[in-house]
Design a protein around this ligand. Structure first.
Ligand code: 5GP
Ligand code: ZN
Length: 136
C-alpha cells in the first residue's frame, strides 16, 4: 500500500525522481540528499511501513539481505574503508521520515564523521535489572 502524503512512497514508486542505485519489484535504493558521507544511500521498500515494527518480516529479511549486497558492491566501487548500516525508529531515535528505510553509509579513513553514542557505565545490578525487564 502507498500513502498519499509520504515522500518516500513517491520516491520508491518513481513518482518523484531520485538518484537510483538499484531497483527491483519490492525496493528502490537511492542516494541520500543530505549524505553523512560520499555515497550515503537509503534502501526504501515500495510498500509503505512507518517503521521496523510495521514492516512484514519477509520484507525485513529481504531488506537486510539487500543491505548486505549493496554494502559489498558499494565498498568495492567506492573504495571506502568501512561501512555503517543505520535504521532509525521514532522521532526520539532520530527518525525524520516515517517510511521505513535503512541507511547505507560508506566510511572513509579520516572522514571526520561521527555516528555513535556516549557509552554509559552501568553496574552489574543495573544490567541485571534491565535484562530482567526485557526478558520478564
Ligand atoms: P531518518 O532521519 O528518518 O533516519 O533519515 C531520513 C533521511 O532521508 C535523511 O538522511 C535525509 O537526508 C533523507 N531525505 C529526506 N528527504 C529526502 C528526499 O526527498 N530525497 C532523498 N534522496 N533523501 C531524503
Ligand atoms: Zn511511505
Amino acid at each position: 500500500m502507498k500513502m498519499d502524503d509520504c515522500i518516500f512512497c513517491k520516491i520508491a514508486n518513481g513518482e518523484i525522481p531520485s538518484k537510483t542505485l538499484y531497483e527491483d519489484q519490492d525496493f528502490r535504493v537511492i542516494l541520500d540528499l543530505g549524505p553523512a558521507a560520499r555515497g550515503h544511500a537509503l534502501i526504501l521498500p515500495k510498500e509503505h511501513a512507518a517503521n521496523l515494527y510495521e514492516l512484514p518480516e519477509e520484507t525485513v529479511g529481504a531488506a537486510f539481505i539487500l543491505a548486505k549486497r549493496m554494502a559489498a558492491r558499494m565498498s568495492e566501487k567506492l573504495g571506502c574503508d568501512g561501512f555503517n548500516l543505520m535504521q532509525n525508529n521514532g522521532e526520539t531515535a532520530g527518525q525524520t521520515v516515517f517510511h521505513f528505510h535503512i541507511h547505507l553509509i560508506p566510511r572513509y579513513l579520516g572522514d571526520g564523521q561521527r555516528i555513535g553514542w556516549i557509552p554509559g557505565k552501568p553496574s552489574g545490578e543495573e544490567l541485571e535489572e534491565v535484562r530482567r525487564q526485557i526478558v520478564g
